[in-house]
Design a protein. Structure first.
Length: 461
């Protein structure tokens, strides 16, 4: 492709999105650039502090449990207090707790603060996703979620390399650096992002009953999406919890795993935007079915891997599933969520990833220890098949575009349209300056990675 073609494709990928989206996108990128704890917490505990691998696993589990505990509460805050206050509270609290964690010495204190970090870091995700849905037009949401996911992976790729260099100098500097960048995110939110929560304007809207967590639980179609998200999450998380263990038992080194894992980040950075351009207006039902099969059988093929090249090939298969699934599923989640209850709906969706992050390591450890890695990969293939079947059944009867508007969708669309109309010119000016970015992957030693609000499985801001 010519340089002119690349510039035109980049301009079309980013044009038409409101200015507020790009500030939110920038906040996501900055947040992921500081992902030190997610990458090196296990090494910090075992090498720097001298604790056992079991204790590092306990800390990881407590961190994940904190994310589970905060998901629904953060969703309620997003609807009641607003998106902007929730983001400010979550990101400021995360900055303070991450900095505090770097100074903890006693095992009990480390475990307690790790739980607190899990709570605060996960609390921003429902607000980010709800705000993104508020400010972006429905027809642009798949593209917007893809761009946000691209920023997550770009930031994670850069932070993994930078965190390795920082860790050689000082682990404490890594904790404080992440705290500083997270605080910078809070400043960006405070200065640049207006509140986007839809207000109940008409008397009919004011008379509607308040949406509570019970409303979400009774929404069968939406809870079906949450359940399928949980299955998909269990599969994708094996890339960071099951794969390094299996490769280690097959005699491969940490650098070998780092090389294979780097394929995932490089492909997402390189392909997320062009693939999204291709799938943006295609049938979500077919896309989600295909992504479920690619995820399941991509990991299933790992049972036959015996070389670095074959392992890398399997990563290519399930990474394509990840690229397709993430923006498509997020678009479906938003369109099935009432505008005035998006925080609670997003909180429930966030909890599916948090619970999967808690159970995926247990699933991997039990399967590998009791039956062997081949059973783990076979289980992934079964889960992928079930997810694909579930998506097909769940979305039967929906319109061809794969979405069913909520009761207040018309007002929601009008609100997003007004926001976009005000900012289209600014977005197009920004688009004109977009240039291709390149990331040089760095092999990172596998760790019992703590699932923070990003690439573990890199699913949020």
């Amino acid at each position: 492709m010519s340089v002119a073609s690349l510039r035109r494709a980049a301009r079309e990928s980013v044009s038409g999105l409101p200015r507020a989206f790009w500030w939110l996108w920038a906040s996501t990128l900055v947040n992921r650039l500081g992902a030190f704890v997610a990458t090196f917490m296990a090494l910090y505990l075992t090498l720097e502090r001298g604790y056992s691998a079991s204790f590092a696993g306990l800390v990881a589990a407590l961190h994940g449990l904190g994310g589970v505990a905060s998901s629904l509460g953060a969703g309620v805050m997003t609807d009641r207090l607003g998106r902007r206050p929730t983001l400010l509270i979550a990101q400021s609290s995360t900055a303070a707790s991450v900095a505090l964690l770097g100074f903890m010495q006693h095992p009990a204190a480390i475990a307690a603060v790790a739980f607190l970090v899990g709570m605060t870091s996960n609390a921003s995700r429902p607000a980010v996703q709800a705000m993104m849905a508020d400010i972006v037009r429905p027809e642009d949401r798949v593209r917007a979620f893809a761009l946000n996911y691209w920023a997550i992976n770009l930031g994670f790729a850069i932070s993994a390399a930078g965190a390795g260099l920082i860790a050689e100098y000082s682990y404490l500097a890594g904790f404080l650096g992440e705290a500083a960048l997270t605080l910078l995110c809070a400043v960006l939110v405070f200065l640049k992002l207006p509140e986007s929560r839809p207000e109940r304007g008409s008397s009919a809207e004011k008379d509607e009953p308040e949406i509570g967590l019970g409303t979400v639980l009774r929404d069968r179609r939406y809870m079906g999406v949450v359940a399928l998200s949980f299955l998909i999450s269990l599969i994708f998380l094996q890339g960071s919890v099951g794969l390094p263990v299996a490769m280690g038992r097959d005699g491969f080194s940490p650098s070998d795993y780092g090389l294979v894992a780097a394929v995932n980040g490089v492909l997402i950075v390189a392909l997320q935007i062009p693939v999204t351009r291709f799938i943006e207006h295609r049938d979500p039902q077919k896309l989600l079915v295909i992504s479920g099969l690619l995820a399941g059988y991509g990991f299933g093929l790992t049972a036959f891997a015996g070389s670095i090249a074959v392992y890398a090939l399997t990563v290519c298969v399930w990474t394509l599933a990840e690229i397709i699934n993430s923006p498509t599923q997020m678009g479906l989640v938003v369109r099935l969520s009432p505008a005035h209850g998006r925080g609670r709906y997003q909180g429930m969706y966030t909890m599916s990833w948090a619970v999967a992050g808690l159970l995926a390591p247990l699933m991997a450890g039990y399967a590998i220890d009791r039956f062997g890695a081949q059973w783990l990969w076979g289980s992934c293939a079964v889960l992928g098949t079930l997810a694909a079947l579930g998506y097909w059944l769940l979305m039967r009867g929906l319109p061809e575009n794969g979405v069913q508007l909520s009761k207040d969708a018309a007002a929601d669309d009008a609100l997003a349209g007004d926001v976009v109309a005000d900012d289209v010119l600014a977005a197009e000016v920004m688009a004109a300056d977009v240039a291709p970015l390149a990331v040089v992957p760095t092999a990172v030693a596998p760790t019992a990675v703590i699932p923070v609000d990003g690439k573990q499985a890199n699913t949020g801001s």
